[in-house]
Design a protein. Sequence first.
Length: 157
Amino acid sequence: MTGSATPVTPTLPYPTASWGRRVLALFIDWLASSLVASVFLGVRALPFGSLIAGVDPRPIDNLWILVVFIVQTAAFTALGGGSFGKLVTRLRTVRVSPGTPDVRPPDPLRSIARQVLVVLVIPPLVFRGDRRGLHDLVAGTATVTLETYRHVFRRVG
């Protein structure tokens, strides 16, 4: 027999970011999205805002925060190579392509698809040994540190 039944996907030739920094970036993104949503929805949209304002939370408010989160993170990723939280925590989202590393940020469609999968929660929890979650595999992306980005990707561009 000349091959195996399942294809082996090679790991990346560069390291990906740690889980701690990714979770911190996610927390910052969610907080930023809540702050932006609070401009339109009032104090209820802030974390614990309903308790502070003494009003009952409305489930629709959470949906709007989620929409702001998807739009914010996808736009920042497509334009700047990482969401607001990732940029603050010195992380970048890069395209994964065979051969030479691609220095361009993910395109808007990949960025939106990636963020929709992130909010579904399950894809980020299903990951490979190189710490790329299902959302990264589907979008053809990886999250790397700024140091890795500068070392690997900027010398190509």
